[in-house]
Each structure stands twice: as C-alpha cells, then as structure tokens.
Design a binder for this molecule. Structure first.
Ligand code: SF4
Ligand code: SF4
Length: 137
C-alpha cells in the first residue's frame, strides 16, 4: 500500500503535467498519414456491376441492387455497420470503381444511416464512361 505522501505527490504531478488525452471531437486528433481504411467511395460511372466486390466481402456487407447505370443492371450498396474495413472489395474491383477513403468518423444513431449508396444518383448526373466495356461478357 503506497504511503499517503506518495499518493498526494502523484495526484499533484498529474494535475500539473501535460494532458495525455484530447477533447475529441472538439479538438483535432492525430491521424496517421497512411494506412487508414474508412468509408468507401463508389464511382458508379466506372462500375459494371460485376459483383466481384460482393463475392470477396468476408462480412457480407455488400448487397447488389438493381441499377439503370451499369452494364449488368446491378450495383453495390455497402453496409458500413457490417464492414470490417479489410479492403478486399477495393482490391477485387478491376474497374477502379470502388475505393476506401480515410474518412473514419462513422458513428450514427441508426443502422440505416450506415448504409451507403442506397439511392441511385440521377442518370443525368453521371458522366460518360459507363458504356459497357468490350471485355465484359
Ligand atoms: S467490383 Fe467494382 S465494378 Fe464490380 S460491382 Fe463492385 S464496384 Fe462495381
Ligand atoms: S472493406 Fe471488406 S468488409 Fe468492408 S465491404 Fe469491403 S470487402 Fe466487405
């Protein structure tokens, strides 16, 4: 059992020493420069709906839904609440349509808020480039 004097000394030392924590989210935290895996970005104009991302997803976080914008008439919808941010979907996408960003502030009050790309963007907002690629079958 430490002596009372030691306890008082430790308490005083902690009161006057530099803070070891930050007032997140009011104070910006330390963000690693590389290697962060956060929310996905989907470039729908590049997506063919090939399902490769869905097939490799180990946590079944990707669902394919009907789409008017891809060759196969399917596109991915991602449930970040199920995602383990392994990055396999990004690796599997050979059309460079799906990437993980470094956006990691993903808390939400409701599960449905964690589902991204649920709504299809209007066709007129999509640039050229979603034409079916020759090598697709
Ligand atoms: S792997 Fe890429 S191209 Fe294929 S469905 Fe997923 S995002 Fe679209
Ligand atoms: S990062 Fe991993 S777990 Fe998340 S959607 Fe992609 S493949 Fe699935």
């Amino acid at each position: 059992m430490p002596r009372p004097g030691v306890i008082v000394w430790e308490a005083l030392r902690n009161v006057f020493s530099k803070k070891a924590t930050i007032d997140y989210p009011f104070e910006e935290g330390v963000k690693p420069k590389y290697g962060l895996r956060g929310a996905h970005v989907l470039y729908i104009e590049e997506c063919t709906g090939c399902r490769a991302c869905q097939r490799v997803c180990p946590s079944l976080a990707i669902e394919m839904v009907p789409s008017e914008l891809t060759k196969t008439k399917k596109r991915p919808v991602i449930n970040l609440g199920q995602c383990i941010f392994c990055g396999l979907c990004e690796e599997a996408c050979r059309y460079d349509a799906l990437f993980l960003t470094d956006y990691i502030e993903l808390s939400a009050f409701q599960q449905k808020e964690m589902i991204i790309y649920e709504n299809e963007p209007p066709k007129e907002e999509i640039s050229e480039g979603n034409e079916p690629k020759e090598e697709d079958s």
